[in-house]
Write a protein that binds this ligand. Structure first.
Ligand SMILES: [Zn+2]
Length: 318
């Protein structure tokens, strides 16, 4: 039976501390600091937007954040509303791919256990921090029975920008918590594929772990993720839709971050962060309007599904 192609919206729930770490900004927290706005503000905004538009999404959660009962309760509500909870590792180590096998195993196992306790369901999806996938991570996901990974970002402009930022930080004596990705991951296919466990950026002949790359514009490889949609605007996204749909026939993987629904006026957003994350300067209402336009354009060609449901459909049709 022919099924409609899937549009999968996912949100990486990186806390504010992940951004201050990338940009080398001090971020002292005290008992009187306001709660992290990613959980206290942005998560509820995403849930309200999805309820309004009838979207079921996938939240990639960092294990250590789930130890906080308030956060765990918010994600329990998200799961109860039909959204998928997937793993974004336990400590969000940007250099996870350089860690020992036992650390990689532990980062994945601990987060699976926490998420299963919250949702009551087995966790089947993973996204590595900083799009930084490697063969040891893919092999560990396979051995822990994961259905899919969604980590690769075949986007040379992103890779070049990340390299430039890290180099300029080194020159000015600031330390970034980030790590460059393996360049061969830029060569991955744009469509979902079953990954070769030894070279997960290449397809394999048999069954195994699915890889679902982030969406880019074919040819120029401009990134299509929540943050770049502010630059593009809803009307240009709509104009690009035929080109995007041509190279994303079975599944459109649109990635957001929790920070995409915050702006500089929100309590708990460090003032210094605005200088490094210009998208924080875009007013919330403008972002919401862009996203509404994008979701409406997607709905004309795709059915919204969680990544888990979309990959299960692909798996059955192989
Ligand atoms: Zn992340």
């Amino acid at each position: 039976m022919q099924t409609s192609p899937s549009a999968c919206i996912s949100i990486d729930m990186d806390g504010i501390g992940c951004y201050t770490s990338i940009h080398g900004i001090p971020h002292p927290t005290t008992p009187h600091s306001p709660p992290d706005p990613i959980f206290a503000i942005a998560l509820e905004r995403f849930l309200a937007l999805f309820a309004e538009l009838g979207v079921q999404a996938t939240f990639f959660c960092i294990g250590r954040d789930l130890e906080d009962p308030t956060h765990a309760e918010l994600f329990r509500q998200a799961a109860a509303a039909g959204h998928e909870l997937a793993s974004h590792s336990y400590n969000h180590l940007y250099n996870l791919r350089s860690q020992s096998r036992s650390i990689i195993r532990d980062e994945i196992e601990r987060t699976s256990a926490l998420l299963t306790r919250i949702s009551g369901e087995r966790v089947v999806g993973f996204r590595t921090p900083g799009y930084n996938l490697s063969a040891p991570i893919a092999r560990e996901l396979t051995s822990q029975g994961y259905l899919y990974d969604s980590s690769l970002f075949p986007c040379p402009p992103y890779y070049a920008a990340k390299g430039l930022i890290m180099a300029s930080m080194r020159l000015t004596g600031r330390r970034s918590g980030s790590q460059m990705n393996l360049p061969q991951t830029l060569l991955s296919p744009l469509e979902p594929y079953v990954a070769d466990p030894d070279r997960p950026w290449r397809p394999a002949a048999g069954g195994g772990l699915w890889e679902i790359p982030m969406c880019v514009v074919p040819g120029v490889r401009f990134p299509i993720i929540g943050t770049s949609l502010h630059l593009l605007g809803g009307h240009r996204f709509r104009a690009l839709m035929p080109t995007l749909a041509w190279r994303h026939r079975s599944l459109f993987n649109l990635e957001f971050h929790g920070i995409d629904l915050l702006d500089t006026t929100d309590e708990g957003v460090p003032t210094q962060l605005g200088a490094h994350q210009p998208d924080l300067g875009v007013p919330l209402e403008q972002k919401l309007n862009t996203y509404r336009e994008v979701f409406t354009a997607l709905r004309e060609r795709y059915t919204f599904r969680t990544l888990r449901d979309a990959v299960l459909l692909l798996d059955r049709s192989r």
